[in-house]
Design a protein around this ligand. Structure first.
Ligand SMILES: Cc1ncc(COP(=O)(O)O)c(C=O)c1O
Length: 353
């Protein structure tokens, strides 16, 4: 009898992220401008026939990365975007029918992977003011949970956990023998990291990405950090040669270029503050916490209509978020450098009147 996995047949996936060339992309938390063409040309001058012809080797880049973030190479597994790392962790660290605990709203792929592998995702919800009651979250960490997922800062809320709170989460996970995944996709926009927990504890893994501050979403590169035993587990789930040579080439060039990361962070965070200041001056209500994204409450025009008009009239991609506490239906906008933010503000003023 033919067999198809029912979990996959019933899986709801959204593949709507095509045709975004030529737009100002402020919908998926990428860098809307990207790296300079000059830097790109410089890196591309190192592309050789050999680099393209051979299966990519990871050791050189992993060594540089380990040195850069202050860990051993055994603590790192490179992944094809941190989304792959998250999938590997969910697959290996929770059982079929087991429970995976996270918060809602949060990054949508946690639930997609849970459904993909027949896990039950359980959530602690943010309250009506978009605050997370940390005691509720810690109390939800019980013996029947296989994996706890913590996103710091949270996407889309932008809030963060303190070290004290993370101590409590890690303690609760140990007490109830739950695995822990810490997603730091927005690290650098918010520099307090929980990496030490992944380096010091078994069953604690942390994911990061080159898609955000590093502006390399197109190369699909991320990494998982953990103790060597855990990293070996995550590594086993990777496809052969899962990392492409271009991703490593560019990421290494950024790491090695003195001051480049600080510059990228500074430009993007300056753009964020510029956007918030200008919108506030113009009377907009803005909710901006950590991360490279903010919520904006429209003044007059419905949020969904603004998103449509931004796309078709202004060639700017943003997202609508419905029923956001205190804001109602509002715009979720990824930040970028100040010049791009000005284009967005001008377009918003033209539409929302
Ligand atoms: C919270 C969070 N985690 C992980 C990812 C995945 O990023 P990537 O697969 O590009 O590394 C994203 C992407 O937007 C995200 O928002």
């Amino acid at each position: 009898m033919y067999y198809i996995n029912e979990d996959i047949v019933n899986l709801n996936r959204i593949f709507d992220q095509e045709g975004r060339d030529g737009y100002i992309r402020m919908d998926l938390n990428e860098n809307p401008v990207g790296l300079s063409q000059e830097f790109i040309d410089e890196v591309l001058s190192n592309v050789t026939p050999e680099l393209l012809a051979k299966y990519p080797e990871q050791l050189e880049f992993t060594t540089k990365l380990a040195e850069f973030i202050g860990v051993q190479i055994e603590n790192i597994c490179l992944v094809n975007g941190s989304a792959e790392g998250i999938r590997n962790v969910i697959q290996a660290y929770s059982r079929p029918g087991g429970k995976v605990l996270s918060v809602t709203p949060s990054y949508a792929m946690y639930d997609v992977y849970c459904n993909m592998y027949g896990r039950n995702s359980v959530h602690v919800e943010y309250d009506e003011n978009l605050n997370m009651n940390i005691d509720d979250f810690i109390n939800a960490i019980q013996d029947d949970i296989d994996l706890v997922i913590v996103l710091n800062p949270n996407n889309p809320v932008g809030d963060v956990y303190t070290y004290e709170e993370m101590d409590q989460i890690v303690e609760a996970c140990k007490e109830h023998e739950c695995n822990l995944l810490i997603d730091e996709a927005y690290f650098y926009f918010y520099p307090n990291s929980f990496i030490k927990y992944a380096l010091e504890n078994d069953h604690v893994l942390l994911t990061r990405t080159f898609s955000k501050v590093f502006s390399l979403a197109g190369t699909r590169l991320g990494y998982v950090v953990g103790k060597p035993n855990d990293i070996e587990i995550v590594q086993k789930l990777c496809t052969p040669h899962n990392i492409n040579a271009f991703g490593m080439l560019f990421a290494q060039a950024i790491i090695e270029k003195e001051g480049m990361i600080d510059d990228l962070v500074e430009k993007q965070l300056n753009g964020k503050h510029h956007l918030i200041d200008r919108l506030t001056e113009k009377g907009y209500i803005v909710s901006a916490k950590e991360g490279n994204f903010i919520f904006i409450k429209p003044k007059i025009v419905d949020a969904s209509e603004i998103v449509e008009k931004m796309k078709y009239e202004k060639k700017i991609l943003i997202k609508v978020y419905k029923n956001v506490p205190e804001l109602g239906d509002c715009l979720r906008v990824s930040i970028g450098e100040s010049d791009v933010m000005d284009k967005f503000i001008e377009a918003l003023e033209d539409i929302d009147r």
